[in-house]
Design a protein around this ligand. Structure first.
Ligand code: HEC
Ligand code: HEC
Length: 313
């Protein structure tokens, strides 16, 4: 009897261990189908300027080095040390170390829509399934241009290494997205629609919602605690900080911010009381008045959520 129950326990443990191994294996799947789409970018009058604006507002935070004023990549500190090491890529036209020259236009388009790179590797940081096709086109036009910020620089900042713990963690929270072709630009003269779009493609909601695990990349407004704050982050010097509540609640959100206060917070990184906000705030200097004001109008149109976030003082 005793003998049998011990056997039973062992078998159960074995089954549980087996299931865990299978789950970990499935959870760690990191390579996916690549594309055979034939997309090629087209250059129109304003595509360079629009692409440059989007690159500075969306890609610069992770790929731009302010010491040399170029998109040469840099180490990022978002991944916990036990999960590996994360460095963004060199986006210049260097044929040795720049990545875009190794990609076709179709590969880049597919990467931004799905999060799947040229080799099939999952790169969740670029995933923007709701980004308009024309905007992706313009970013590609910019990447192929001879703007000084992406002119060839052969430097390298090293390679990303994500171990099993990291892969498992990333795959718990993010999955490659369906290839969502045919997305139109919002009406840019409707501030609520344009602001909603900018919050999505820039990724403000990635830090200002309640849970990284609850982010919805295809339909950002369905994210858990959308823009109500709470996501745990780190300042560059390692202090714990939480993404604040951006809903218009007067007590816990930004209901008391004037349009001017908001411009100062987002573009200059200064709060209404004059405190300097921690990075990344203040990095969006390339947002035009029309863009930053559209984001403000959109945020102020949201349902206020009373959700108190602990702050740095
Ligand atoms: C949140 C940070 C983040 C943002 C925003 C971001 N990237 Fe990246 N990007 C990374 C990281 C990290 C890597 C390297 C990941 C790796 O090697 O696993 C990377 C890699 C790349 C690669 C190389 C892919 C490969 O196969 O190695 C390209 C191309 C790229 N990014 C383009 C862009 C462009 C263009 C934008 C703006 C539309 C952008 N990224 C926005 C973090 C970011
Ligand atoms: C990588 C994470 C991250 C992203 C992306 C991000 N923020 Fe922030 N934001 C923060 C953090 C952290 C703070 C708090 C900084 C502090 O208190 O020093 C903050 C503060 C703010 C504040 C001030 C809030 C207050 O109550 O003081 C505003 C407004 C704001 N962000 C708007 C935005 C907008 C708009 C975007 C997109 C254009 C954006 N943020 C993108 C992390 C982020």
């Amino acid at each position: 009897m005793t003998h049998l129950s011990v056997m039973g326990t062992n078998r159960r443990k074995l089954v549980v261990a087996g299931i865990l191994v299978l789950l970990t294996g499935a959870g760690c799947k990191f390579y996916f189908k690549t594309t055979n789409d034939k997309f090629t970018s087209t250059r129109s009058n304003d595509s360079f300027e629009r692409g440059k604006n989007l690159a500075y507002n969306i890609c610069a935070g992770c790929h731009y080095d302010h010491k040399v004023n170029k998109f040469i990549g840099k180490p990022l500190h978002d991944l916990p040390r036990i999960a590996g090491r994360l460095v963004s890529a060199n986006l210049t036209n260097s044929t040795t170390n720049g990545i875009p020259p190794k990609y076709t236009d179709a590969d880049l388009f597919y990467l931004f829509k799905t999060g799947i790179g040229r080799s099939g590797r999952f790169l969740p940081y670029m995933m923007r399934p709701m980004m308009a096709d024309e905007d992706i086109n313009d970013i590609i036009v910019y990447l192929r241009s001879n703007d000084p910020a992406i002119a060839a620089a052969d430097t390298t900042v090293g390679k990303t290494y994500i171990n099993l713990v990291g892969k498992f963690g990333i795959r718990l929270g993010a999955h490659p997205q369906a290839y969502n072709k045919g997305v139109q630009r919002p009406n840019e003269n409707d501030p609520v629609a344009y602001g909603r779009y900018l919050v999505a493609v820039i990724g403000c909601y990635h830090c200002h919602s309640s849970k990284v695990m609850g982010l919805n990349y295809a339909d950002p407004e369905k994210s858990k605690g959308y823009l109500a704050g709470g996501i745990k982050l780190k300042t560059p010097d390692g202090k714990r900080i939480f993404g604040p509540n951006l809903t218009p609640d007067k007590e816990t959100g930004i209901g008391n911010f004037s349009n001017e206060d908001f411009r100062n917070a987002v573009r200059e990184g200064i709060t209404p009381s004059g405190r300097k906000l921690s990075p990344p705030m203040g990095q969006w200097k390339s947002l035009t008045d029309k863009q930053v004001d559209a984001i403000y109008t959109y945020l102020q149109s949201l349902h206020p959520k009373n959700h108190k976030i602990r702050r740095l003082t």
